[in-house]
Design a protein around this ligand. Sequence first.
Ligand code: LLP
Length: 432
Amino acid sequence: MFVSKNLDINQKGNLTIGGVDTLELAKKYSTPLYVMDEELIRENCRLFKSSIEKYYNGNGLVCYASKAFSCKQIYRIAKDEGIGVDVVSIGELYTAMQVEFPADKICYHGNNKTAEEITLALNYGVEKIIADNITELELINNIALDLGVTAKVLLRLTPGIDAHTHDFIATGKIDSKFGMAIELGDAMEGIKKALELKNIKLMGVHCHIGSQIFDITPFEHAADVMLEFIARVKNELGYEIEILNLGGGFGIKYTQSDDPKAYDEYMGRVSEVVKKKSDKLNLKLPFIIIEPGRSIVGPAGITLYTIGNVKDIKNIRKYISVDGGMTDNIRYALYESEYDFVIANKASLPKVDTVTVAGRCCESGDLLGKDVKLQSAEAGDILAVCATGAYNYSMSNNYNRVRTPAVVMVSNKGSYIAVKGQTLEDLVRNDI
Ligand code: LLP
């Protein structure tokens, strides 16, 4: 009935998340409010972790892509579950460092890393820096030389795969700002360069073909192309690459019509390709890294809002305005992303209305959904937007000097604040 399995309805007819009444959460912490289900996050971490055991004999690592949702508590959870993380900026790395996240389980990404970032990553001992291009490889080498260390590096490659997702989140095609294209020969040039540079130790190759992908075939295809490339490197340069990082991108259910495959099916099918292909090409089975972001935290989150004005423009459209919008969820404005909406205090009633959910910014495009099905809405109702655990809080912003909401986690011990909501003082803190 709901898009995420942690959502339900209690005897009062209210929406619950992880068994906790969302009305009580809204009352206790006020709205807008991000709510994340710690138990479901942990369950998802374990699911991916156990699939590495099952399909690769434990010869691999799950690195949660923390761009999906980054704060100290998520790094604590990942650390506790024994998985790694992918970070993509000095801010994410710094946050992970605050909880003493193990450096050997961090993948450091980015298509244009700064010297400051590379220095911090090397000083902290990050063991998997993913170099995007040759300029960056040289910069990493120079900084490593200055610091008197050897940088362990993977190269980001573009395998030339069209993953059938939104153009803004498709990254595997040749026409991409990320990585070195295999087809154009850039990837081989990058490998040669990495092998030549004295303070670089080439550990592996990486690809990430895009995000919110339902079809397993492009993932299989990517694994196939990457292994072919690893074999070419072995044959032409006599160097056998040890790590194959296949990125993230597994789709989740946002709406009733979304039909993602079980993660286990994805892992099973891709591992078959990896094993068969390695065998055929006479390669050692590589150490596998996967970087799920959305699929770990997305289904675990919801956002709660209070409905304000309901504006019915006769024969045109009905708008309901909420006390948040593109500042806490910019995904509709960016990608016209679809969500499932529920009035939390009317969760057991049928969705009889069609409404457009508007935020409170000075932008007509500040919508959370257009012409969506919803229970009959009145001012004061609590609106829940489902499956907002990924790329909502992490993409929040202060446009119109709107404060970002708190993140509350629910667990079997009750609820607690993981990130405080911004205060007015926070907004002016850096102003002179
Ligand atoms: N690894 C790399 C190198 C990535 O760039 C990404 C996502 C991931 C892993 C995790 O992908 P996931 O499993 O979450 O699909 N803001 C967009 C999504 C951007 C994804 C960027 N890279 C959205 O809201 O849909």
